[in-house]
Design a protein. Structure first.
Lengths: 138, 404
């Protein structure tokens, strides 16, 4: 609403698997070929926000908010940025680290972002450098 | 990816109109209301005191209710709907050998859980819940399914998005079959108060069964309801191979956002029109190809008239002969499960070749110039249907179904 975006939008997931769910549905929507691109916005508290037992909504702990917004475009579109890879397959290297928002954020701030993570629940997700386009391949 | 059609081969539901497909179908075609006075909690201070309740969620064979409901009754509801759909599809015994995906539209389970806990003296809202899996993952674990599993929420539009995503997963080959739809058990003191204080709900408390009256001049708000409807989707090739009964093809869907206001419908019908047209394009259909519209029409003064304008614009000269009904007149508004329930109503129309009515439609609003189906089901050719769901926050969706 704040960005005045008129495309389809919805909230995804809750719980430990939420990040993977968001990535998977972003890949699903882009694979339809109907959108020129989409925003994938992932947020979390770490540690979890625990309210005090009052009406002020104050936190009982030092909950830190983390968030990342990714502008994703289909592979056909040109642009700059790394390539994002997603696979729903269960068959992947079990040595892959579990996806963490902060790890991806760290990678995206490097000159040559790269990484591959297991998604909580299913599949894997990766970033690899690709100078010509920012992509998400399903 | 293949170009195969995606079919619905199993249905599971629990709603104010029944807890099986057959019971719900019979009640829809009979024009029966499922709206009652709320007796689950004290309502004397609420503006709206009526709702569509699921009084008794059926037990699911092989599962202990206390174990299932550790996070609240929405778990039992979703488990019932999913297991019923899998059994109906004939895939129950094969579920652990297949990649069974699960896309669930839901929103209120945490609110309901914390609220119920609070009323029982608990304070679990003040405790860390980081490790607790979401509703869809809990139910998938009970079912023993292992395919991709997600929950999504777009308010009233959730079920249509869920069916659209599930269709795509089947097309991409990400799962063999997919359970999809929506479930919510949201009739709680807080929810009733919130929607009531928004002045969104009907206050026709003395006449529950006459309260939900979409398109009628005397409508005064929607009637909140709860329930769920889940479907089993699979490719037509797979379904044919095992001689499965097919209820319908999920032909297409479309979505858009108003980006206007959190609760007020947009004055500009453009985004909603875009959603319907996008769905028709996805299904490769023209407006003239549509035989029935299951309207979102919730019985609010502004929303119903706005949707009528959308339909007039999209269907143009076809509108005088295109039957439009709102089954919310009977079920009330199932919130995140509404779209899935209304997909079920379209399937009923296909099966019976009769369009479920809009009950309580005594004086059609002149601002809603549509081909209504007032009060009684009508025998109609029904081979294709669209179902609109326009959610709070301005989330517009339309689903296209085709009979098989």
């Amino acid at each position: 609403m704040a960005l005045k975006l008129h495309g389809p939008n919805y909230a995804i997931g809750n719980g430990p698997e939420a990040m993977g769910e968001g990535i998977m549905l972003a890949a699903t929507m882009l694979s339809e070929g109907r959108l020129p691109g989409l925003w994938l916005v992932m947020t979390r508290y770490s540690p979890e926000y625990i309210p005090n037992d009052d009406t002020a909504g104050s936190a009982s702990n030092h909950a830190m908010g983390e968030g990342i917004a990714l502008a994703l475009t289909p592979i056909e579109n040109s642009g700059k940025g790394p390539e994002f890879l997603f696979s729903p397959d269960d068959e992947f290297d079990l040595a892959l680290p579990v996806f963490e928002l902060s790890n991806m954020a760290d990678q995206l701030q490097t000159d040559n972002p790269r990484g591959r993570w297991r998604l909580p629940g299913f599949g894997w997700f990766g970033i690899q450098d690709r100078p010509a386009a920012m992509e998400m391949r399903a | 990816m293949n170009g195969d059609a995606v079919w619905i081969t199993g249905v599971g539901a629990a709603t104010p109109l029944g807890t099986s497909y057959r019971e719900i179908a019979d009640n829809l075609l009979a024009g029966k209301s499922g709206i009652v006075a709320v007796d689950r909690f004290q309502v004397k201070d609420h503006l709206s005191q009526i709702a569509g309740l699921v009084a008794n969620i059926p037990d699911t064979e092989g599962f202990d209710r206390k174990t299932v409901d550790q996070q609240g009754s929405t778990d039992s509801l979703a488990l019932h709907c999913a297991s019923q759909a899998l059994r109906d599809s004939g895939l129950w015994d094969a579920r652990d050998k297949l990649r069974v995906g699960f896309v669930l539209g839901s929103a209120a389970d945490w609110n309901s859980f914390w609220e119920a806990d609070y009323h029982q003296g608990g304070r679990r809202i003040l405790q860390t819940m980081t490790g607790v899996r979401s509703l869809v993952h809990r139910v998938a674990a009970l079912l023993g399914t292992s395919g991709p599993t997600v929950s999504l929420s777009a308010a009233c539009a959730s079920g249509n998005y869920a069916l659209g995503m599930a269709k795509r997963w089947i097309e991409l080959g990400w799962c063999d079959v997919c359970i999809a739809g929506g479930c919510d058990m949201a009739i709680t003191p807080t929810t009733l108060a919130c929607f009531g204080n928004l002045r969104a709900l009907s206050k026709r408390n003395g006449e529950p069964q006459r309260a939900s009256r979409p398109f009628d001049v005397d409508r005064d708000g929607f009637v909140i309801s709860e329930g769920g409807a889940l479907f089993v989707l699979e490719s037509a090739t797979r379904a044919r191979k095992r001689s499965a009964h097919a209820y319908a093809q999920v032909a297409g869907y479309g979505g858009s956002s108003d980006a206007f206001h959190m609760v007020i419908p947009n004055n500009d019908p453009g985004p909603a029109i875009a959603a319907v047209r996008s769905a028709l394009a996805d299904a490769k259909m023209d407006p003239a190809d549509v035989h029935y519209v299951n309207a979102h029409a919730t019985s609010t003064p502004v929303g119903d008239a706005a949707e009528a304008k959308v339909l007039e614009t999209v269907f143009g000269s076809h509108i005088p002969n295109l039957p439009v009904s709102s089954t919310k007149s009977m079920s009330g508004h199932l919130l995140t499960a509404a779209a899935a329930f209304e997909a079920l109503a379209c399937i009923v129309a296909f099966e019976s070749q009769a369009v479920p009515p809009t009950i309580n439609l005594e004086n059609p609003d002149p601002e809603c110039r549509l081909c209504h189906v007032p009060n009684h089901a009508q025998e109609r050719k029904a081979k294709t249907a669209i179902s609109n769901s326009f959610g709070f926050g301005g989330s517009n969706t339309s689903l296209v179904l085709r009979s098989v």
